[in-house]
Structure formats: C-alpha cells, structure tokens
Design a binder for this molecule. Structure first.
Ligand SMILES: Cc1cc2nc3c(=O)[nH]c(=O)nc-3n(C[C@H](O)[C@H](O)[C@H](O)COP(=O)(O)OP(=O)(O)OC[C@H]3O[C@@H](n4cnc5c(N)ncnc54)[C@H](O)[C@@H]3O)c2cc1C
Length: 481
C-alpha cells in the first residue's frame, strides 16, 4: 500500500483498539474521538492528507524502490545532497503545518527507521536474521506508511545505578521466556510521546548489565500497539478546550506522553532486532547515525517553531505599537538571531554532507549537534521574551463567550490594541499565552530540554563527534612552538 491519507490513518487507529488509560479510565471508544487525542489526531489527518494532496505530492513523496508506488519522502534513504534537500523540503512542509509543535510528528520516526534500516547489516554481529528483520521492518513501515512511536528510557528504579546499589533483581524490562513464536517481555518504559496515537512502537532500551548468563535486559524490537499485554498510561491531558478560537495551540497540537507497560507481551521473532547483546544496543544507535538523521528533521521543526514565536512577537509589537521602543526591538532581534542561526546550521549540514559507511548521505553531524546544544538553552529565553513583551496583555484574555455576552461592549472598547480591534488583539494574546505561559507551553519547554537526553548527553555528543577541535588544538601547538 502506498502513502496513506488522513482517513486511513484514523480508520487504522480506531480499528486497532489498543489498551490506553486516561485519568484512571480505559479508553473504550474510538481513539480519534477521545477529548485527549481528537485535536492532535485531526492535525495528523491534515498532515497525511497533505502528502497526497494536489500541489504537495511531488514534493512530499517519492517512488518506492520495491513497488513503484508513491511513498513518504521522510522514509527516503538519501544518497546525494539533492536527496537531503528534497527530504528537508518535505519535512519543512509538515513542520510548517504544525508550527514545530509536534515533536513526534510521523517524519521524526520515519527518518529514524530509515537510518536503522540502512545500517541493519551491523546487526548480523548478533544474528543475521535480526539484520534481515530490521531491513524488512523499514520496508514495511515505508510501504504501509506506518505511524511509529518509540520508547527508549526506563523508570528510575530500573536504571543501572539503582539496582547496582541494592544488587537486587532490577525493575527493568526483561525477557521472561523464549518460545517457538517469539520472546515474551515484561516491564515498563518511562515515556513514549504519541504512544496512544501511533500504530506501532519501537522499543529500544539502554544497555543494562545482567545477573543471568544471557542478558535478558538487552533487546530491541517493534510491535503493533494492540498486542495483548501492552498498555499505554497517559499523563493528564493539556488540552485547555476544544475551541481553536480560544485555545489555538492546545486544541490542535497537544501530543500525549505515555508510560508504556508490557505484561508478558509476545514479540514475534521476525520483529526482534537485537537480543542478548547489550554492547550492540549503544553501538547500533551510534553507528546507524540515528541522532544525525533525526536531527535533520528536528532542526526543520525548531525553525518552524521559532518562526511561530517570531511571528507572534512581531504581531504583538505591531498590535501594541512598540516599534519605536529600542529595548523591545533588541529582544525581537535576539529571536531573529536564533532563527537565522538555526537556518544556517541546517543548510551547513547539507552542504557539508558526506556518504557514511552504509552509503547513505549523512548531513554534517557537527552542524546538527550544535543546534541540539543550542536550542534547549534558547527556548526558555524565547518564551521569556514573549512574556516580557506581552506583559499584562497575556492575562487579559477573555474568551469568545465573554465577547458574545452583555459585557462584550466593554471588552471591545477597553481591550483594543493600537492597530487591531479587541477581538483580534485578544486572539493574538491567547496564542501568546499558550505559547509562552500555559501548561502546554511548560511541556513544550520540557520537551525541548530533554527529548534527546539531558544537556550533558547532548553536549558530549557534540564534543566527541567534533573532529575540528583537534585541528584547532594543532594550531595552538604550532603557535606555541
Ligand atoms: C516531554 C518529553 C517527551 C519525551 N518523549 C520521549 C519519547 O517519545 N520516547 C523516549 O524514549 N523518551 C522520551 N523522552 C525522554 C527523554 O529522552 C528523557 O527525558 C531524557 O533522556 C532525560 O532522562 P530523564 O527524563 O529520565 O531524566 P534523568 O536521567 O532522571 O535526569 C534527571 C536530572 O538528573 C541529571 N542527571 C541524570 N543522571 C546524571 C548523572 N549521572 N550525573 C549528573 N547528573 C545526572 C539530569 O541532567 C537531570 O537534570 C521525553 C521527555 C520529555 C520531557
């Protein structure tokens, strides 16, 4: 089957009926109509409709090498700089549609699974069958346009340091039994964003030591969301209301995060990618260049998000007539500086791209990892700037019902801006509130700070991959001799 459209996405989600819990209740109707998910799902429907839509399809799809059908361009294995550019254009179109607010829009995992598929031969070290499984899984995702989430991290008590301290059997996910049909796995993963709104999940824990001869904690696999024993437990929803007029962001872009619990889940052998080899877990992530390919998508997203922030700030400046205040302009220029830096890093990553050991064109990791280090640090500042310029306007934001009531005339008179009427001004500030100060904004900030690991991990990735530091040290050595 080629690319799917929005309706097919919804039909498949609703048909699969996974085990999802929200606020202590099991979701028993269609996922697509649940208040915690329907806004997000309608946005993803738009994304899937877009890729096959008039005017977009040539820029968002390519011809499948196996079937000749159109498939999503974010699955493309790039072989040239032109391919990277095509992929970037496709991902930017989707990112523009969700304004960079969906960290786990489908193209994120599409690039990741492409990187894993391209590097699959590395898995032969563990078992030649696993390499074939990974190649086939990449092809399966591409040909069926699978919406994939992932869970990599473990609950705190399952991590090595805690169980090394107690020397007890860890609370970490592990293989309980190996059968003719597959491996049976139990345990939990701390977080899968969009776990409940995807079709499948990729499970890839960090390397843990084992007390048994065979490392039962070392595995990687992908499974459909509705396998028996698999549960998604949602955090509290941050949808402030269904009205896009009153809640322009949380009504459409609230990506649910889930705790993923596996209770004797039977993973078929053909879905296992690694088993028993903890060294290969880290090595595969590193050598498949997962972080580099994923960051090519991440940077498109950060640019779209920064454009939304700049657009919001500039609209406030215009609405309040602040253009002549130099301290305001200085802050807006700070946002422009971030945006232009991100754009330059993205293009630099493509211009300096080189083929990797798998024959895949790899965008320059240094440019991309620099963006990974920079963005988590500047995002809170960008949110601050919205607060500093928006000031009290951010709280004086009556909703549509207030405007329709008998006090509407007062609001219309006293809440207008310099260049805009009261309703336009309030709509703008409701957007600014959701973007900078709401619980939705808090989660966005947390996401940017941690989605790729904490700042130490992200900085180490840049440092250890940055070859140019040795050349710089050589220059100093020459200077000093
Ligand atoms: C909104 C959101 C969405 C996410 N989505 C996903 C997802 O879809 N899939 C997925 O797999 N993961 C996801 N993550 C998880 C993300 O990868 C982790 O948050 C990140 O790796 C940090 O791990 P942690 O949250 O467990 O923090 P911890 O590792 O518990 O760290 C807590 C604090 O302790 C510090 N710390 C930890 N270890 C050390 C140490 N050894 N020395 C010094 N300081 C230390 C950290 O710097 C941090 O300040 C998401 C996270 C967030 C916030």
């Amino acid at each position: 089957m080629p690319i799917k459209n929005g309706k097919q996405y919804v039909d498949r989600l609703n048909k699969s009926n996974p085990h999802i819990w929200v606020q202590g209740k099991r979701v028993d109707g269609p996922v697509s109509s649940h208040p915690a998910f329907r806004g997000l799902i309608s946005t993803q429907v738009e994304l899937y409709d877009m890729q096959g839509g008039e005017g977009y399809k040539p820029r968002m799809t390519y011809t499948s090498p196996t079937t000749g059908d159109p498939v999503g361009l974010s699955f493309l294995r790039p072989e040239s700089r032109e391919d990277l550019e095509r992929r970037r254009i496709m991902m930017s179109l989707w990112c523009d549609r969700h304004h960079g607010l969906l960290g786990r829009a489908p193209d994120y995992m599409n690039t990741a699974i492409m990187a894993f598929g391209a590097a699959a031969d590395l898995l032969k070290e563990n078992n030649p069958q696993y390499a074939e499984n990974m190649k086939k899984y990449y092809e399966y995702c591409r040909e069926n346009d699978i919406t994939l989430s992932h869970a990599f991290i473990l609950p705190p008590t399952a991590r090595m340091s805690s169980f090394m301290r107690t020397l007890e059997e860890p609370d970490a996910p592990r293989v309980i039994e190996k059968t003719k049909e597959g491996i049976i796995v139990s345990g939990a993963f701390l977080l899968a964003t969009q776990g409940a709104t995807a079709e499948e999940i990729l499970i890839f824990p960090p390397a843990l030591p084992s007390f048994a001869d065979e490392n039962l904690h070392a595995f990687a696999f992908a499974i459909p969301n509705d396998l028996p024993g698999l549960k998604f437990i949602c955090r509290e929803s941050l949808v402030a209301g269904d009205s896009a007029h009153d809640y322009p962001l949380s009504s459409k872009f609230e990506e649910m995060d889930t705790l993923v619990v596996l209770d004797h889940v039977l993973v078929p052998h053909d879905r296992v990618f690694i088993y028993g080899d903890e060294t290969l877990l880290g090595k595969f992530i590193e050598e498949s260049h997962f972080h580099t390919h994923a960051t090519h998508q991440v940077l498109c997203r950060c640019i779209a998000k920064t454009e939304l922030m700049l657009g919001t700030i500039e609209s406030i400046v215009q609405a309040l007539g602040l253009r002549t205040y130099t301290q305001v302009i200085e802050k807006v220029s700070e946002v422009i500086t971030v945006l232009e830096t991100l754009k330059a890093l993205l293009i630099a990553s493509e211009v300096q791209a080189k083929p990797d050991q798998w024959g895949t064109m790899l965008p320059n990791p240094s440019s991309l990892y620099t963006a990974n280090c920079l963005y988590p640090k500047v995002v809170p500042r960008l949110m601050d700037i919205i607060q500093l310029i928006g000031a009290s306007g951010l709280v004086m934001i009556p909703n549509d019902q207030d405007f329709q009531s008998e006090i509407g005339a007062d609001l219309t008179r006293y809440l207008k801006g310099i260049e805009v009427d009261a309703q336009q001004k309030v709509r703008l500030f409701r957007l600014a509130w959701e973007l900078s100060s709401s619980s939705f904004a808090g989660r966005q900030s947390l996401y940017e700070r941690f989605f790729f690991g904490d700042s130490v991990k992200v900085s180490s990735r840049l440092y250890y991959n940055y070859a140019n530091k040795d050349a710089c040290a050589d220059k100093v050595r020459r200077l000093l001799t």
